[in-house]
Ligand binder design. Structure first.
Ligand code: GLC
Length: 566
């Protein structure tokens, strides 16, 4: 690519999601209004002003619907009710109204791949006979073997162990098996059954009519399974991550008959038609698909508006790798008229302030946390790199997703003792896979205000904060020059000021050496030094930098980023 090539993304249009900065709230852990140790909607409403000050455009809420909380709310028993631990439907209306008054859009999480086993549909299916209409909502199958004692196929749960559980029929006999790609409390819905699509049309309309701005769609790549549910030839998720990219599309669909099946796209188009009944709404796919050209199929004009860019999140912290993914993302999404998204942290991965302090060879696989026996992360380096990486990301055109607490530079709570761990992965693998609790610990708001540093007034906390969370408390960073919170505010302000989310982007090879990456977006030069040597800072007005003491004559040290107005 030549220096003069601008990579444009079709995101000059007014569609808000193409350039939005979307902040993920994990409701259990953001702010706790009633002091029971679990975050809730009134707690969030009270703190919304702080998000307006941060400068975000929208909030994506992880699920707050009625749920037995076996997978922290991703096991839904009623899609139209707020779970009492988070509040009431009226509390949501209050939250939504306040967010709107602050100019913040709201995206809610929809989980169409599976329900909770406590959902009325599943309870009705259990009570009904094999072959009934009720069982047709899910994947109920007879087992293999002389007495049906073997699971119907070899699929494995993403959380560990088999993806099938056998039920006891109403008459007390051992009966059919049901499919659950995740925990056994999360039975997969059968999207071959048109009744399911009808149900979800109405669920979407329910929230759209309330005024939400869109949806994040959970496990968007898994909703439709291959007809006949044949055995997988790659059933180890670890292997899949590494090997599927080398397969043709047909081979991949056969090898993993539950991910990325062609029928998924019909289901998506149906969602899209419902969304399009309303103005200005958008939906984002959690589609763990790679390589990028395959993922881009999820965001064709009549499908999702955008999808998470997990290749970017999981990229090595290394200039050439990042350059390739950014270029491929803009090009591949651009081919189908979509804008790219960028993300570094979420509720399923190790917080990037810690992840980037782990040597590549020691980095746990995506979706897993840090095991007590893993080498200790270098947290100072991790934070420094996280600030540099975020500053690199927020200058890119497209939409960026932030995960609550990253604006505080919050590290992973990897020291959590086993007795506190709640991620089903931990129990399903007997602790071998430590799970994702380390990124889900409640936020510190006010240092020392309570044992939970102001998460609530009682000090209760469903996962205990580690001792080092105190120094990251928001009140210690507010208004403090050089703090991570002030860095984020500045980045978001300048991003908005210069229209970077919908800007004209090109790599600036003329400002780059072997350890740096440089690009220009709408006249703003962004340089990140991936180290180890300091580099000369190009001339121009410094808009924002991770290096607190950087002046125009200064040098940009290792793992630092600067934004310069040319
Ligand atoms: C998605 C969610 C994750 C959840 C899983 C099952 O990957 O992000 O948190 O455990 O789906 O619903």
């Amino acid at each position: 690519m030549t220096n003069a090539t601008f990579l444009t993304q079709n995101n000059e249009q007014a569609e808000w999601w193409r350039s939005a900065v979307i902040y993920q709230i994990y409701p259990r852990s953001f702010a706790d209004g009633n002091g029971d140790g679990i975050g809730d909607l009134p707690g969030i409403t009270e703190k919304l002003d702080s998000l307006a000050t941060l400068g975000i455009d929208a909030i994506w809420f992880s699920p707050f619907f009625k749920s037995p909380q076996k997978d922290a709310g991703y096991d839904i028993s009623d899609y139209r009710q707020i779970d009492p631990i988070f509040g009431t439907n009226e509390d949501f209306d209050v939250l939504l109204a306040k967010a709107k008054s602050l100019g913040i859009r709201i995206i809610v999480d929809i989980v169409p791949n599976h329900t909770s086993d406590q959902h009325a549909w599943f309870q009705a299916a259990l009570a009904a006979a094999p072959g009934s209409v009720e069982r047709g909502y899910y994947h109920f199958k007879d087992g293999k073997g002389a007495n049906g004692e073997l699971p119907p196929n070899n699929w494995q749960s993403i959380f560990g162990g088999p993806a099938w559980s056998r039920i006891t029929e109403a008459d007390g006999s051992l009966g059919q098996w049901y499919l659950h790609l995740f925990d056994s409390s999360q039975p997969d819905l059968n999207w071959e059954n048109p009744a399911i699509a009808d149900e979800f049309d109405e669920i979407l309309r329910f929230w759209l009519k309330k005024g939400v701005d869109g949806f994040r769609v959970d496990v968007a790549h898994g909703m439709v399974k291959r007809a006949g549910l044949p055995d997988a030839t790659i059933y180890d998720e670890n292997l899949r991550e590494r090997s599927i990219s080398n397969l043709t599309m047909d081979e991949a669909e056969l090898a993993v008959p539950y991910w990325g099946q062609p029928g998924v796209h019909d289901a998506i188009r149906r969602f899209r038609r419902v969304i399009d009944e309303f103005d200005d709404r958008a939906m984002c796919a959690e589609a763990s698909m790679s390589p990028l050209p395959r993922l881009a199929m999820w965001v064709r004009p009549d499908e999702y508006h955008q999808s998470f860019n997990f290749d970017y999140m999981h990229s090595a912290y290394e200039p050439e790798a990042i350059k390739k993914i950014v270029t491929d993302s803009i090009v591949e999404y651009g081919k189908v008229g979509a804008s790219s998204t960028w993300v570094l942290s979420n509720h399923d991965g190790i917080r990037h302030a810690t992840r980037l302090g782990i040597a590549p060879e020691n980095t746990p696989r995506p979706g897993d946390g840090i095991h007590p026996t893993d080498p200790m992360p270098d947290e100072a380096l991790g934070l420094r790199r996280a600030r540099a990486a975020t500053s690199f990301m927020l200058g890119l055109p497209g939409s960026s997703y932030l995960y609550q607490g990253e604006e505080l530079g919050l590290p992973e709570a990897w020291q959590l003792e086993g007795k506190y761990r709640q991620d089903p992965t931990y129990a399903r693998t007997n602790g071998e896979r430590i799970g994702r609790d380390g990124c889900r610990v409640p936020l510190p708001w006010v240092a020392d205000a309570t044992a939970s540093n102001g998460f609530n007034t009682t000090g209760e906390s469903w996962l205990p904060q580690p001792a080092n969370y105190r120094v990251f408390a928001r009140n210690l960073q507010e208004g403090v020059a050089g703090s991570t919170l002030e860095l984020y505010k500045r980045l978001l302000k300048e991003r908005r000021q210069f229209g970077l989310g919908s800007g004209q982007f090109r790599w600036a090879d003329e400002y780059q050496d072997k350890n740096t990456l440089a690009y220009i977006n709408n006249g703003v030069l962004v340089v990140t030094n991936f180290g180890p040597e300091a580099v000369v800072v190009p001339a121009g007005e410094i808009l924002v930098t991770t290096q607190h003491d950087l002046s125009i004559e200064g040098e940009l040290e290792h793992d630092q980023t600067v934004w310069i107005k040319l």
